[in-house]
Write a protein that binds this ligand. Structure first.
Ligand code: PCA
Length: 220
């Protein structure tokens, strides 16, 4: 890997919650190794583990010293690309992580501030996606599960550095939505089927988000 080429660290979460895949992971894999506006994309997985995520973040920052950090996660039920504005200093979840751990009312960082702003050019990304016909929205919460822990964890470690950093939640892909419909048939609840977006469109959206962040323009 060229030492002079700036690096974009792109993380994607592993599958969780009994689902067979995670489009965040698949998108990270699809973009790993791509060059966007002269920046090399380094895609790496993150574990859905509250016990391990902090050390994983430390290791990735130490290994790659990225100029930009963008993390991806799945938001089941979300119909559009969702740009997170803020990470909260809170872990609170009943759905066990991939090691079976839950958390209640726990701060992620003892000394850390209550919240940290994502530092990606969110409005520019939003405008670029809308211009390409990709539905997107800004969001005031990344939840209180692992995706939020990831966003807060990166922002805390990068707070003194000029490294744009943020988190993008993506919808289910159609295969996961179909899987959820089958699963829900058995729970007797009459619920709307979950919305979905094709992996191709999600990958295109993340490529645009990276390009806007590193060069201020959409990919050619
Ligand atoms: N989504 C979960 C954790 C992993 C993922 O892809 C979340 O929104 O917190």
């Amino acid at each position: 890997m060229s030492k002079t080429q700036p690096t974009v660290l792109l993380t994607g979460f592993e599958p969780y919650g009994g689902m067979s895949g995670n489009p965040a992971y698949a998108t990270m894999r699809a973009l790993d190794g791509e060059i966007i506006a002269g920046h090399r994309i380094v895609g790496r997985p993150l574990p859905v583990s509250i016990a391990r995520i902090g050390a994983e973040i430390d290791d990735l920052l130490h290994e790659f010293r990225p100029q930009t950090v963008i993390s991806l996660g799945l938001a089941p039920g979300e119909p559009v690309i969702r740009l997170e504005r803020v990470g909260l200093n809170l872990a609170d979840f009943e759905l066990g992580d991939n090691e079976g751990l839950t958390s209640r009312d726990q701060p992620l960082s003892r000394q850390g501030s209550a919240a940290r702003w994502a530092s990606l050019p969110l409005r520019r990304i939003e405008a670029a996606l809308l211009a390409k016909g990709i539905p997107v929205r800004l969001s005031e919460t990344a939840g209180t599960y692992l995706c939020n822990a990831c966003l807060y964890g990166f922002l805390e470690r990068l707070e003194d550095q000029a490294v744009p950093c943020g988190f993008i939640h993506v919808p289910m892909t159609p295969d996961l939505a179909a899987e959820a419909i089958v699963r829900r048939r058995h729970d007797g609840m009459d619920r709307l089927p979950p919305p979905s977006m094709s992996l191709d469109l999600i990958v295109a959206a993340v490529r645009i988000a990276i390009s806007e962040t590193v060069s201020g323009s959409a990919p050619a």
